[in-house]
Design a protein around this ligand. Sequence first.
Ligand code: PGA
Length: 259
Amino acid sequence: MKKGMRPLIVGNWKMNPQTLSLAVKLVTSLKKKLVGKKLREAEVVIAPPYVHLESIKKLKGTGNKQFSLGAQNVHPAKLGAFTGEVSVPMLKDLGVSYVIVGHSERRALGEKDEFINKKLHAVLKAGLAGIVCVGESKRDHAGQYLSYIENQVRAALLGIPKAKLPGVVIAYEPLWAIGTGHNDTPHNVHEMSLFIEKVIAHMYGRNYAQKVRIIYGGSVNKRNARELYHEGMMSGFLVGGASLHADEFIEIIKATQGK
Ligand code: PGA
C-alpha cells in the first residue's frame, strides 16, 4: 500500500475465456460479488480480449463505478492499413479507460521498446491511462537485471510529458513469476518499486515520480495478495490467472482494503 493512492487491481484475462457466454458469466458473477462489498477504496479494471469488450461494457452499464474497462494491447496509429490491429480511438469509443502496453507476452512476439513507447504516447494523448509492463526474465547476483528494468522504464517513458505521468502505471512483472505459481517476495517487490520510482525521479524529479502508480504482477493470488500489497507497499496488482475466478479475484481486491 502506498500512501494516498487508491489501490488499482487489474484483471488481465489474456486470451480467455473461450466463449462470450463464459465471459458474460464471469463478469456477472464478479458484479454480483462486488455489490454490497465495501470495496469503494479500490479501483478495479477488467481487461478482456478485444472481442468481448463491447458485451462487457453493456453488462457494466453506464455510470457503474464498480469496475472500469481495460484493453490488453493497442496500435499507436489512429486508423489505417494495419491488418488485425485496434487503435486508441476505437478503444476509447468502446469505453476503455486503461490500456496495457508492453506485456511480456507481447514482447515475446517481437514488440520492441520503441513501439511500446509509441503506444504509450498514443494512449496518454487520448486521455486514457497506460499500464506499462516491465520485468526481467531472470535475476543475477551482480544485479544486471536492475539496469535491464531501468532501460525498459526509460524507453517506455521517452518523451512523455510530466503532466501525463498521473496517467501512467508501471506494472513490475518479473517473467519468472508470470503464470508459474512462484510470486516474488514482498521484500523484493518493495525494493523494485523503490528502484523504479528512483529511475522515474531521475527523469522527472521526485514529486512527479510519486504520481506514477507502480503495481505488481506475477502469480498474485488470494493467499499472497495481502502480504504483497501491504508489506510490498505496491499501488495494486496486475492479475492474470486468478482474475478468471470471480471468488479469487474478489479476495485479491479485498486484500488491498484497510489493514
Ligand atoms: P499471472 O499473470 O497472474 O497469471 O501470473 C500476470 C500477468 O501476466 O499479467
